[in-house]
Design a protein around this ligand. Structure first.
Ligand code: UGY
Ligand code: MN
Length: 245
């Protein structure tokens, strides 16, 4: 219970910080014994969506109908199965998947399977290839020092190829490490703090953030981060890439 109505959550026109204390689930078609919490969506002015899925009982299922959006999924806890057409892929903590636009898929699991889904409309390259399904384990993706900083490493989970207009990356910062400058860019981000804590600057405000928080950064939202505390801070985020506005 929240005695005095306090929360770290803020929703502004060009950024949002959603802390877990405010989560309220949505009912979605085809979901059974599973809970969806939509954190970021066009309803707040975003061009992308981000939701958390949770399987509440063994055999629960979360269904995503095929539409003009591509989806990227990351498992934060538990185990289960991803079903896309004739592909069955085991899911475990730290596994990820990319499902191209136009394809429906389901996530089935044991009670306690939790996953984050980013969803964004796909913009095809005229006359170009279209992306295929991608699956993998974050542990198998090397962390590259960001702009040479060994204390801030970036894992690029999806292929860096022109047919992809979408990226999903994991940033890991040792305590005290920072984004090297205040970024201001046309790309939009959805973000989930996976571990640790720190301070996120969004536009002109510095916010304390911790594992479980979600952040939306609209295009051109000035952004900066410093990791604090005793353990590394890690976040997964998505962005639109490879297309001329
Ligand atoms: O990819 C990015 O733009 C990344 N450096 N942004 C961020 O972590 N806020
Ligand atoms: Mn950025």
């Amino acid at each position: 219970m929240n005695l005095f109505g306090n929360t770290r959550t803020v929703v502004r026109a060009r950024h949002a910080l959603i802390a877990p204390d405010g989560h309220v689930p949505s009912a979605l078609p085809g979901w059974s014994s599973a809970t969806a919490t939509v954190l970021i969506s066009p309803a707040m002015g975003a061009d992308l969506s981000q939701l958390l899925g949770r399987i509440d009982a063994d055999g629960g299922v979360a269904v995503f109908l095929g539409d003009d959006c591509q989806h990227a999924l990351y498992v934060t806890e538990g185990s289960g199965m991803l079903l896309v057409e004739d592909l069955d892929k085991p899911l475990a903590e730290g596994t990820f998947a990319y499902i191209p636009a136009g394809r429906g898929f389901s996530v089935k699991g044991a009670a306690g399977l939790c996953f984050c889904v980013f969803r964004m409309r796909f913009q095809a390259l005229v006359g170009g290839e279209v992306p295929g399904i991608v699956t993998g384990r974050a542990d198998d993706v090397p962390g590259i020092p960001f702009l040479g900083n060994q204390k801030a490493t970036l894992q690029t989970l999806l292929p860096d190829e022109p047919c992809f207009d979408f990226a999903m990356n994991i940033f890991t910062y040792q305590p005290g490490a920072t984004l090297p400058f205040v970024e201001t860019h046309v790309m939009e981000h959805g973000l989930l703090m996976l571990e640790g804590q720190g301070v996120y600057r969004l536009e002109e405000t510095h916010y304390p953030v911790t594992a479980g928080d979600a952040i939306w950064m609209a295009p051109y939202c000035p952004q900066w981060f410093v990791a604090m505390g005793d353990v590394p801070a890690r976040y997964i985020y998505c962005k639109n890439v490879n297309r001329l506005p």
